[in-house]
Design a protein around this ligand. Structure first.
Ligand SMILES: *[C@@H]1O[C@H](CO)[C@@H](O)[C@H](O)[C@H]1NC(C)=O
Ligand SMILES: *[C@@H]1O[C@H](CO)[C@@H](O)[C@H](O)[C@H]1NC(C)=O
Ligand SMILES: *[C@@H]1O[C@H](CO)[C@@H](O)[C@H](O)[C@H]1NC(C)=O
Ligand SMILES: *[C@@H]1O[C@H](CO)[C@@H](O)[C@H](O)[C@H]1NC(C)=O
Ligand SMILES: *[C@@H]1O[C@H](CO)[C@@H](O)[C@H](O)[C@H]1NC(C)=O
Ligand SMILES: *[C@@H]1O[C@H](CO)[C@@H](O)[C@H](O)[C@H]1NC(C)=O
Ligand SMILES: *[C@@H]1O[C@H](CO)[C@@H](O)[C@H](O)[C@H]1NC(C)=O
Ligand SMILES: *[C@@H]1O[C@H](CO)[C@@H](O)[C@H](O)[C@H]1NC(C)=O
Ligand SMILES: *[C@@H]1O[C@H](CO)[C@@H](O)[C@H](O)[C@H]1NC(C)=O
Ligand SMILES: *[C@@H]1O[C@H](CO)[C@@H](O)[C@H](O)[C@H]1NC(C)=O
Length: 819
């Protein structure tokens, strides 16, 4: 006995040495990262039965089952890896069964082969889907773009936000409603911490949690910005939440100027906060833990203005863990809306892939902020920037100087010559007596091009030296730049067009005297900056924003198109005013502000979330797919001129007729979506059959990701009952089916009509039908190819009801051959 113990002690110390040696080597060769792991066995939400019956979270049965799942995760790790060599961050128990663990790639490989492990995926990190940081100016071409209510509206509905947290003291989130909402279906919590006292959960904010194990595993958090509480130090989460569910009629005031009133789409909906993104880092592990918890808490709607910014590496797009989690959230009855991405306008840039989540594209509205610059010769030029007029007076003119002409010279040389003096980044580079009281022309150059120069620095220079105002002009060497209106603390204007910039320079040179060395000695030019903070409502709108990611949807890294329409629908996402966090950890320019004007599909997403809340309130029994159908089938493809909605192209002023790959079904309409007439709905099992019918998936990976075998598959993936038809290859002829349900309360007769996609003829059977309330009707759609076209072409099916309902089903097909 003693002998045996001895031997085993010896052998185990040898083993320990060996492990030490390996991990020692590992230290140099391998970087640890977070891995997301799915495990065999049903998660709690679906344990033992298929119905959506909710657990009593406080019951012993629930707690026992939760513990069993957690223990099983620990057992798998312990039996596969050396204890102490890994760090489990989360057990996911409710929506999916799995965990997040911090370890080396070698350990991850081992885990992949462990029994019960279905799927191992490296954490791809998560990003905020805001397109522009006011800090930086971008150019339209080049690397960047190629990379790419009423009083109770929404009452009783809980919208969950997985984001950067919330600013609880913002007036958009004050609780004005004296009534306790009936949200018995929801059970949240109020986690407190820095800047987030218990009183933050005030009834408007019904729950607030934060998830940080992933962030803490991969980064050293900075306690002065990465608050370990639901408090939003960035502003993004507050912006998104107030757009969906912010109180109505909140005055937007920035730098003392009143811009108007802000309201959320569903101002009486309740807010559940799931903070998972930090200024320093955002991990998928924290995001997934947040979504798992939100589903368990029972949110009605989940808003994801964040997500992985690239497709998964080792699996098809729809079977990445993020997408699988959304599938199960939908199975549990949650309506999930996600940002389409900000990598447009190149095709196949969407970062939303799956038919079970609604992807929001972004468009402009008809509100613009026309800035103006007045020159001493009477010329008035247009520009961009939310600033007051120079000297507080609209037509005030003062001396105009070019930055290069007012640099500090000592004994004829520069005491300090920082790079890109013309970009006004350094106050010490200028001669204070010449700069003070002048309107100074700064010029776009390498610093802005390389994203090292900032507008904050320009403004800082202007304040330090007492500029009367600044003008940032374009440079013909780089071409026009993209400018967004941002509130400036001093009068200023951005002139993004080279042609306008040249007019300014020409006038300036005419009025400026130079000595024989070219040094400016007398400045006679004058300029004034006009009021730029007053909105004007004009022009064609909406227009799909340049940055908004485009379809077609695709299945893998090689971007093979798949038979699903993405984006699904379009909502305003350009220059949206909403709540902000004065800490503004990622945008020094907006520090101290309570509101911000932002652009991105991040801003379009909460518009859809808010409208979904209104639909759910009016139709409490509707499933997420019915809500999604109502939103898509009632969207419009026409703009305020009554013409097809345009989309911005690569060139700065170019636009083209939108296709479904730009705007999905079109611009969302809240009023029509509340009363769609017919809906197309999909059950959970249909999604599995759909996955099983995709050409490039195998049943084993579907079983691994979803836990379900492919016992059924659709005869064609495009037969999934979506409110759109997308077919990436039609040869000769194809018949597809759709099933429609009357959700109106009257019998209605519908006439069908078709706009044929180029290269096809489309026939519908039956051509007309009468449908009773709650009745269903099948519709057969036959495509016959008349001409092979190597690309997608677009059309639509329109069902026009006798009671004025209109149901539109977009068609996107690639007719590949007539044989
Ligand atoms: C709250 O709503 C639930 C169903 O959503 C209902 O069963 C319950 O009676 C309601 N409670 C109150 C106080 O209205
Ligand atoms: C932490 O953040 C603060 C505020 O942004 C910053 O001033 C400080 O340098 C940061 N500290 C570290 C260690 O990055
Ligand atoms: C400028 O030149 C004068 C005379 O050469 C010299 O005395 C003075 O120190 C110089 N000033 C600086 C700041 O270099
Ligand atoms: C900045 O961009 C220019 C191109 O205009 C390039 O030549 C230069 O090397 C870049 N500088 C840095 C520091 O990246
Ligand atoms: C764009 O669509 C309009 C219909 O709204 C059509 O008249 C026009 O010809 C189209 N333009 C192009 C370039 O296809
Ligand atoms: C589905 O198929 C799997 C494997 O072929 C089989 O084990 C399972 O019993 C089937 N399930 C049903 C419901 O038919
Ligand atoms: C029927 O539906 C319409 C529109 O949805 C609604 O205004 C009306 O109140 C409903 N009528 C009944 C009897 O439910
Ligand atoms: C349809 O396709 C034909 C042949 O490719 C092309 O000439 C025509 O312009 C297309 N029409 C539209 C509306 O795209
Ligand atoms: C489409 O093709 C099918 C089979 O080839 C044929 O029966 C049908 O008549 C065609 N429909 C039209 C509208 O051409
Ligand atoms: C349908 O719309 C037309 C025109 O807007 C209107 O005259 C008619 O009364 C409407 N019919 C119903 C049933 O609402």
């Amino acid at each position: 006995m003693a002998n045996k113990a001895n031997i085993s002690a010896n052998s185990s110390s040898c083993a320990a040495l060996l492990v030490l040696a390996i991990s020692f080597i590992g230290c140099f060769a391998e970087e640890r990262d977070i891995y997301l792991v799915l495990i065999e066995g049903e998660p709690l939400a679906f344990h033992g039965s298929d119905d959506k019956r909710r657990f009593d979270l406080n019951s012993d049965a629930y707690k026992g089952q939760a513990k069993r799942l957690m223990d099983s995760h620990d057992r798998i790790l312990q039996s596969t890896l050396e204890i102490g060599s890994y760090n489990k961050l989360y057990s996911f128990k409710y929506t999916v069964n799995g965990f997040a663990v911090h370890l080396t790639p070698t350990q991850a490989k081992k885990l992949e082969n462990a029994p019960q492990v279905k799927l191992v995926e490296r954490d791809r990190r998560a990003k905020l889907m805001t397109s522009y940081t006011p800090q930086f100016l971008g150019l339209p071409q080049g690397v960047w773009t190629q990379r790419g209510g009423d009083k109770n509206a929404g009452e009783g509905i809980v919208i969950g936000f997985v984001d950067t947290g919330i600013n609880p003291s913002h007036p958009s989130f004050a609780n004005y409603n004296p009534f306790e909402p009936n949200i018995s279906h929801f059970s949240g919590d109020c986690e407190t911490g820095p800047r987030f006292p218990l009183s933050s959960c005030n009834g408007k904010i019904v729950s607030a949690r934060f998830f940080s194990a992933g962030a803490q595993a991969v980064a050293t958090l900075n306690t002065s910005v990465d608050f370990l509480s639901p408090f939003d130090a960035v502003g993004h989460g507050s912006h998104v939440a107030s757009t969906a569910a912010g109180n109505a009629g909140v005055p937007v005031v920035v730098d003392g100027f009143f811009y108007g009133l802000a309201s959320g789409m569903a101002p009486c909906a309740r807010i559940a906060v799931y903070k998972a993104m930090y200024p320093t880092v955002g991990t998928l592990a924290d995001v997934i833990a947040a979504i798992d918890q939100a589903t368990m808490d029972g949110v009605d709607i989940l808003t994801l203005s964040i997500g992985p910014d690239e497709p998964p590496r080792d699996t098809i797009t729809m079977l990445g863990i993020f997408d699988v989690l959304m599938l199960f959230a939908r199975r549990a009855g949650v309506f999930v809306v996600q940002a389409a991405g900000n990598q447009g306008p190149a095709p196949s840039t969407v970062v939303s892939y799956s038919p079970w989540a609604v992807a929001a594209a972004a468009c402009t509205t008809d509100r613009i902020y026309p800035g103006s610059l007045l020159l001493g010769n009477g010329l008035k030029l247009g520009g961009v920037g939310l600033s007051g007029p120079t000297c507080g007076r609209p037509l005030f003119l003062s001396k105009l100087v070019l930055a290069r002409d007012v640099i500090l010279r000592v004994n004829g040389t520069f005491p300090r010559t920082p790079q890109y003096i013309e970009e006004c980044q350094y106050p010490e580079a200028f001669e204070p007596s010449l700069a003070q009281g002048s309107v100074v022309i700064c010029t776009f150059s390498d610093g802005f091009y390389n994203q090292t120069s900032t507008l904050t620095a320009v403004i800082n220079t202007a304040i330090t030296l007492g500029f009367m105002g600044f003008i940032l002009i374009a440079n013909s060497h780089y071409g026009d730049f993209v400018a967004e209106p941002i509130p400036f603390a001093v009068p200023g204007i951005l002139i993004p067009k080279v042609s306008t910039s040249e007019i300014i320079l020409q006038y300036y040179e005419q009025q400026t005297h130079r000595d024989e060395r070219g040094v400016a000695i007398k400045f006679n030019a004058q300029a004034g900056i006009g009021e730029g903070r007053v909105a004007s409502f004009e022009g064609r709108a909406p227009i799909v924003s340049r940055f908004s990611s485009r379809g077609p949807d695709f299945t893998d890294l090689s971007r093979n198109p798949t038979d699903v329409l993405k984006p699904d629908v379009t909502a305003p996402g350009h220059q949206i005013w909403a709540a902000w966090s004065p800490v503004s950890a990622l945008d020094p320019m907006l520090t101290g502000c309570n509101f911000a004007l932002l652009s991105g599909t991040s801003m379009a997403t909460p518009h859809i979330a808010g409208i979904a809340a209104l639909i759910k309130q009016h139709n409490p029994s509707w499933t997420p797919t019915m809500i999604a159908s109502a939103i898509s089938s009632t969207a419009t493809k026409y703009d305020n001129y009554g013409q097809l909605i345009m989309a911005e192209g690569f060139e700065i002023t170019s636009t083209y007729n939108s296709t479904h790959f730009d705007f999905g079904s079109g611009l969302v309409s809240a009023t029509r979506a509340l009363d769609p007439g017919l809906v197309l709905s999909v059950e959970f099992e249909d999604y599995i059959s759909f996955l099983c019918s995709l050409a490039d998936t195998d049943p084993v990976s579907i079983k691994a990701a979803t836990g379900i075998w492919c016992n059924h598959s659709l005869s064609h993936p495009a037969n999934l009952n979506l409110p759109s038809v997308t077919v990436s290859a039609v040869a000769k002829s194809l018949i597809l089916q759709r099933s429609l349900k009357n959700v109106g309360n009257k019998t209605e007769t519908y006439l069908t009509s078709v706009v044929h996609p180029n290269g096809t003829t489309v026939s519908l059977y039956p051509p007309w039908f009468t449908i009773a309330p709650q009745g269903t009707q099948d519709l057969a759609i036959q495509f016959n190819v008349t001409q092979a076209i190597g690309d997608f072409s677009f059309g639509e099916i329109v069902l026009t009801g006798s009671l004025n309902h209109t149901v539109r089903i977009p068609l996107s097909v690639k007719p590949v051959s007539i044989f």
